[in-house]
Design a protein around this ligand. Sequence first.
Ligand code: BGO
Length: 289
Amino acid sequence: MKIALAGNPNSGKTTLFNLLTGSNQFVGNWPGVTVEKKTGKLKGDDDVEIVDLPGVYSLSPYSLEEVVSRNFLVNEKPDAVLNIIDGTNLERNLYLTTQLLELGIPTVIAVNMTDAVCKNGDKIHTEELEKNLGCPVFEISALKNKGCMEAASATVKRALEKNTEKYPFSFDSCVEQCLSFIENLTDGNVSKEKSRWYTVKLFERDSKILEQLKENENFELTSENLSLIESKIKACEEEMDDDSESIITGQRYKYIESIIKSCVTKKNSKNHFSTSDKIDRIVTNKYLS
Ligand code: BGO
């Protein structure tokens, strides 16, 4: 069994990986690139291999690390994903989560740094987070070795059950209509669990996705269907007065904002991020990633 460990840089991924694998680690490079690849056997279960993915903020195709991570997730088909997120910085970390959950891979979320969350006097409502994300959520502290093995065991269980409960988030109706249109054109040719991932990426005009559809799904959109998709995307962009990629980014952050409101009680409520913070992040994500 292969489990991918995914998360933002500084989320505590290395600390967790070391805890879960101990000295049972292999270090090399990802094929064709000079990005370090670490794998290891889960302590107490030699049948489970943990693959430490490069730390990334999103699965866009803009940095080498992002391409390596998403290629592994889409091409190598791990049995499950353990997504580690920094509990003291949920807003930023959940952006990657919203993308991971579209991949149709059984996923478990480990909210790390809960010692620091507790110290700040904040509270994360795990059950509410589970409802919003449609997958199991564990509070852990990799630093203090709390809850880590439990999260790993739940990931193994989730992989064995092949459990990909439906991720409950939907975009605004104009976007969803366009996504349904795209999905119908690929229907039956793209594996069911990956369909949402490919559909959203086609809507975003992700340059690498057409090649991957051909390689992984043995499916090519006809030029007629591609121009039909393009005209639908353009109509949606006009209606929403933005480009398709920014529409998706903006709506992900809007959803994250609503999750934070219902799932986090902050001691200092001023810590909630404001609309201007949100816009800063959209711009940063788009132009700097
Ligand atoms: C330093 N709780 C707390 N409080 N900190 C944690 C936890 C946790 O549960 N887990 C990890 N950290 P990485 P990536 C550091 O290195 O695993 C800390 O990038 C320091 N270093 O100890 O490296 C962890 O692999 C000097 O902190 O993350 C590390 O995802 C002063 O989070 C940091 C303070 O962890 C990143 C911290 C010289």
